[in-house]
Design a binder for this molecule. Structure first.
Ligand code: ZN
Length: 257
């Protein structure tokens, strides 16, 4: 009698296990079809090897993201990378993450190859020095794409971050009183028409309020951005990593909850 009951119990456990083995693993932020993400990184002034490892590992833990990483252009401030020579460079990806730093590159034709792919519908996430990349170019299409114009930053500090759009899906679970790890505050000089701030920080120098987390509508393409992300400490903070992961999923149209 006891044996029979044990056997039934064991069978039930095994059947349950078999039933779930074929299903995708339950992930906290999204557990549908895998998201194909391209990370473009490289350039000056930041530990992009560390940042890449931290972001890909943290995001894969919360959602089925399949990463392709392109780290080209070396560690200088100027480069025209091979990736963009192919006009179809963004094809096949659900989202492109820009975490690169080439402030001295000014070639308008080259920059157009990048913005054209996004104008044609490739969703994007833009992090930190992506906002200073191409800042010396005469053309402003990159800034229209980003949603913000910035040319310089304030000193490193622990900046308190105030959410201004609590109901936006990206900001769900974002702490009300988060202070950044040591990071730079980018001075925002102008914003694009389709840009909406999700959170702001205040300059310790002059008290001016700057958007630090936002979304942008670039010709109907979703763009998520944050100007934070200078240090390895920021890229080790779960609040920041969750924020960027949610931004990736939102841009790709996959944020379920
Ligand atoms: Zn920086």
């Amino acid at each position: 009698m006891i044996h029979q009951r044990m056997f039934r119990l064991l069978t039930a456990v095994l059947l349950t296990h078999t039933a779930t083995a074929d299903e995708p693993e339950e992930k906290q932020f999204y557990h549908g079809k895998p998201v194909k993400a391209l990370l473009v990184t490289g350039g000056c002034c930041h530990d992009y090897e560390f940042q890449t490892k931290a972001l890909t590992m943290a995001s894969e833990a919360k959602a089925p993201i399949q990463w392709t990483v392109v780290n080209q252009g070396g560690k200088g401030t100027k480069a025209e990378i091979d990736l963009y020579q192919d006009p179809n460079w963004a094809k096949g990806y659900d989202v492109v993450v820009h975490n690169e730093c080439f402030a001295g590159t000014t070639n308008v034709e080259y920059i157009k190859k990048i913005t054209d792919a996004h104008k044609q519908g490739a969703p994007a996430v833009v992090i930190h020095c992506a906002m200073h990349t191409y800042r010396k170019s005469k053309d402003t299409e990159w800034q229209n794409f980003l949603g913000v114009t910035t040319k310089h930053h304030d000193h490193q500090s622990h900046y308190p971050v105030t959410t201004v759009k609590k109901d936006h899906p990206i900001m769900k679970g974002f702490p009300a009183n988060w202070k950044t790890p040591k990071d730079e505050l980018y001075v925002i000089l102008d914003t694009a028409k389709g840009m909406s701030p999700l959170a702001t920080s205040v300059s310790e120098k002059d008290g001016k309020v700057h958007p630090v987390i936002w979304v942008n509508d670039f010709h109907g393409t979703r763009v998520f951005g944050t100007t934070f992300g200078h240090t390895s400490e920021t890229f080790s903070d779960p609040v920041f990593l969750d924020l960027v992961t949610r931004g990736i999923l939102w841009s790709a149209g996959k944020l379920e909850k």
